[in-house]
Design a protein around this ligand. Structure first.
Ligand SMILES: Cc1cc2nc3c(=O)[nH]c(=O)nc-3n(C[C@H](O)[C@H](O)[C@H](O)COP(=O)(O)OP(=O)(O)OC[C@H]3O[C@@H](n4cnc5c(N)ncnc54)[C@H](O)[C@@H]3O)c2cc1C
Length: 183
């Protein structure tokens, strides 16, 4: 049995080059390191939180590496793209796991569906604001949560808990002002 229990960024080379490191190479939202003319992206980088811009996180996913690489468009003087919702996927046997957002800092969870059915979602909230969802064999939930987070909207926990109601009904009409995002 192989147990993957996390990874640590190897920053010795970056440190020798004089780049600021704190659990990874420290970059800004555009991928710039502490040293002018040097950018970093992907697993090795600790960047501002992609949804809130507050605090720094190191995210290990293909999507994050690609998103941070496009943020490094600042290398050629182009503006960095706006905030992006992190997302992840994995196949574990016949389980399709899809994750939208970052759940760190949540104070409430809502389970939607029945875990025994192997088709359910767990939504994470802080102070009533939606932070993320882990969706198992529930691609429709995943898409709605990702859309809500991208639009800066929450999904009321009471609505999310009722698996009989399609989650998309909780999405506000296009043009609805954003609800305050959790920091
Ligand atoms: C077992 C496993 C399963 C995963 N499953 C998923 C998944 O399901 N979904 C998902 O989104 N992500 C998954 N990931 C994470 C994903 O692979 C990484 O987040 C992604 O590859 C990061 O891209 P990167 O370009 O930052 O780094 P990497 O893809 O690791 O590329 C870094 C490259 O730099 C090279 N390198 C390192 N040091 C040096 C050096 N000194 N000189 C020259 N070259 C060097 C390495 O050889 C490597 O080719 C998984 C990772 C692992 C290990």
């Amino acid at each position: 049995m192989l147990v993957g229990a996390g990874a640590v960024a190897r920053t010795s080379l970056a440190g020798r080059l004089g780049l600021a490191c704190a659990g990874g190479i420290v970059v800004d939202a555009a991928g710039r390191t502490s040293r002018p003319g040097v950018w970093a992206a992907g697993d090795c980088a600790v960047a501002p939180h992609p949804q809130t811009g507050e605090g720094r996180v190191r995210i290990e996913s293909v999507q994050n590496a690609v998103a941070q690489a496009s943020a490094a468009a600042s290398m050629r003087g182009a503006p960095a793209p706006g905030p992006q919702v992190p997302w992840f996927w994995s196949f574990q046997g016949d389980l399709k796991l899809q994750i939208a957002g970052l759940s760190a800092g949540h104070d409430t969870t809502v389970v939607r569906g029945d875990a025994d059915s192997e088709r359910f979602s767990v939504l994470y909230y802080r102070a009533g604001a939606l932070l993320a969802a882990d969706c198992v064999n529930s691609p429709a939930d995943y898409m709605v949560v990702r859309k809500a987070l991208a639009g800066g909207h929450t999904i009321p926990p009471g609505v999310a808990a009722d698996a009989a109601v399609p989650l998309k009904r909780a999405l506000p009409a296009p043009g609805t002002p954003k609800t305050p995002a959790a920091a």
